[in-house]
Design a protein around this ligand. Structure first.
Ligand SMILES: N[C@@H](CCC(=O)N[C@@H](CS)C(=O)NCC(=O)O)C(=O)O
Length: 338
């Protein structure tokens, strides 16, 4: 068992300050590996494939950071975390980055003392029920038993939603998605609720996905993003700009297919700065100038990562929706590279 499991809240708070004082970039370089916290398994977002290699939309963030910082997208130690253990893992220094469909909230930022480095998936909480129940709206769920992952915003939103609508529910607390699936399928809970993207990923893994419906209500805002410890701003900057590089690369049409060619220089100065053939952006974050190129080459731009892992052509089948580029009516908007 890892040491952090035994740490009480007070010790964790103490460690936060200590860990934050250390330079994470130096630690990662000295170790030669990025310790990246992910889920215990959610197909499309983070799960080991048949060869035991971690794949997914969140995994891609870890790999892009490793590529930028260490020159190798494979230099990642994936650390599975649950809704409950993820924050201790980050605060204690067991992981350098948490990329685990984690919602950016006030208290996680200020009270737990983390910094969200951006949003890689704009989501909201939804409900899934067996079709056979004949339910068409979440407001019809009075008295239902609900499978719910502990330590999540899901748990809190659920309580708010039922309270606002003056209906009651019986929670069936679970710790991981893997634990929830059989319970839900066996009917131990009538309803499964989590982020809509998580519902889609969970349903896609069922033998008969068509037997389950996702109800129309989206009851919350869940801006999901990677996070680091508060206080190590240099490390925060690096990870934030890696994510921005993936988003900007899609905007400017830099893809895994053309990145080599574009790295020879283009007539667009912004592209050249991202790829490091113009300007000295690397030096400003303690890296060489090809950091952005390596980050993008690791798994492609944001749009490629989305399409490959969770897009409409995958079993998860998510549309871009809010996660389209700002030019296409979505919320993705990387600040300027200059
Ligand atoms: N976004 C919410 C919920 C995140 C969450 O834990 N989602 C579940 C359900 S999709 C999950 O990722 N489970 C994967 C696992 O069990 O490791 C939060 O940050 O609290």
């Amino acid at each position: 068992m890892k040491k952090s499991v035994f740490l009480g809240a007070l010790t964790v708070a103490g460690l936060t300050a200590g860990a934050a004082a250390a330079a994470t970039l130096d630690d990662v370089k000295a170790r030669g590996k990025l310790n990246c916290g992910v889920t215990t398994g959610l197909v499309g977002f983070a799960a080991p494939d048949a060869n035991g290699e971690w794949q997914g939309f969140d995994v891609a963030v870890c790999r892009a950071v490793a590529a930028a910082v260490l020159g190798d997208p494979a230099a990642v130690e994936f650390v599975p975390t649950t809704g409950k253990t993820r924050f201790t893992a980050l605060a204690s220094g067991e992981i350098d980055l948490l990329a685990r469909n984690t919602t950016w909230t006030f208290s996680r930022d200020t009270d737990l003392k983390f910094d969200f480095i951006g949003v890689n998936y704009y989501d909201g909480q939804g409900f899934m029920v067996p079709k056979s129940l004949g339910v068409t709206s979440a407001k019809e769920l009075d008295g239902a038993t609900v499978c719910i992952q502990t330590g999540t915003t899901t748990e809190l939103n659920l309580a708010d939603f039922f309270r606002i609508n003056n209906i009651s529910y019986e929670p069936v607390p679970i710790e991981t998605n893997a634990e929830a699936q059989p319970l839900y399928l066996e009917g131990a809970c009538d309803v499964y609720t989590t982020d809509a993207s998580g519902l889609a990923a969970t349903r896609a893994a069922f033998e008969n996905p068509g037997d389950h419906v996702i109800l129309p209500e989206i009851i919350s805002k869940e801006p999901l993003g990677p996070l680091v410890r508060h206080g190590d701003n240099d490390w925060g900057d690096i990870t934030m700009w890696v994510l921005n590089a993936l988003i900007a690369a899609e905007e400017y049409g830099i893809t895994s297919a053309n990145i080599e060619e574009m790295s020879a220089g283009t007539n667009n100065p912004e592209i050249n700065r991202i790829l490091g053939t113009e300007g000295e952006l690397g030096a400003m974050i303690g890296l060489d100038n090809a950091w952005g190129k390596r980050a993008i080459a690791a798994g492609g731009n944001y749009g490629e990562i989305f399409a490959k892992n969770i897009g409409e052509e995958t079993p998860v089948g998510l549309a871009r929706g809010l996660n389209a580029q700002w030019k296409d009516g979505g919320l993705l908007y990387a600040p300027p590279f200059r």
